[in-house]
Design a protein around this ligand. Structure first.
Ligand code: AP5
Length: 186
């Protein structure tokens, strides 16, 4: 099972990715978390990453693409959260992906959740900027995967547990249902 999970900031990507990874025994690759760790390394890349994250802008693709390709290389079962965020990232991924989970959520819900969390980039101004970046850069990725029939749309507005049950059952149906020959797929 090879999954990406995308959606607006605060839609619950990190939360659901962690739960789904546990449920299906997948490697959880949280791009935001990895980038936050790299900032602490105080390297040249770390400085570039910090500048972009502090503004709520996307970190340059030469950094992100390398992380994703390295972390997913030779891994059979993974869920990458927060990737791809633009078409270039989608096209730059060298491996195979089975499904892209698209968590939807309204701006009102997102803003409320993120203001409660209080991460450094969770000020109202930066949240609004992240939503703008999402609408401009990540929305086209949704159309890209819809065309390829890889998109799995899940409503991210209900409670964490309700979203998880919906997502878990949808994945079970896709990956573990019997096919017409009575065999489990894949
Ligand atoms: P990242 O850390 O991925 O932040 P984000 O996309 O803005 O998403 P969030 O972490 O804010 O939200 P989430 O959807 O993961 O929700 P979560 O589960 O945390 O990225 C940060 C930055 O890194 C970006 O701005 C960019 O600079 C850079 N970056 C990352 N990926 C990149 C890429 N591919 N390319 C370039 N740059 C990249 O939940 C949020 C809160 O809501 C939590 O408090 C949680 O408890 C709560 N919550 C979750 N679900 C629910 C629910 N159903 N009901 C109530 N509360 C909920």
């Amino acid at each position: 099972m090879k999954l990406f999970i995308i959606g607006p900031p605060g839609s619950g990507k990190g939360t659901q990715a962690e739960m789904i990874a546990k449920e299906f025994n997948l490697k959880h690759i949280g791009i935001g978390d990895i980038l936050r760790k790299k900032v602490l390394e105080k390297s040249k890349d770390g400085k570039v990453i910090k500048d972009h994250m502090d503004r709520g802008d996307l970190v340059p693709n030469y950094i992100v693409d390398k992380i994703v390709n390295d972390k997913t290389k030779d891994v059979d079962k993974f869920i990458v959260d927060g990737f791809p965020r633009d078409i270039k990232q989608a096209e730059g991924f060298k491996g195979k992906v089975d499904k892209i989970i698209y968590l939807t959520s309204s701006d009102e819900v997102i803003i409320k959740r993120l203001l409660l969390r209080k991460r450094v980039d969770d000020t109202l101004e930066i949240i609004k900027h992240r939503i703008r970046v999402y609408n401009e850069d990540t929305e086209p990725v949704i159309k890209f995967y819809k065309k390829k029939k890889l998109l799995l749309e899940i409503n991210g507005n209900p409670t964490i547990e309700e979203v998880f049950i919906d997502l878990k059952n949808t994945l079970k149906k896709i990956f573990f249902s019997k096919n017409s020959w009575g065999k489990f797929s894949p």
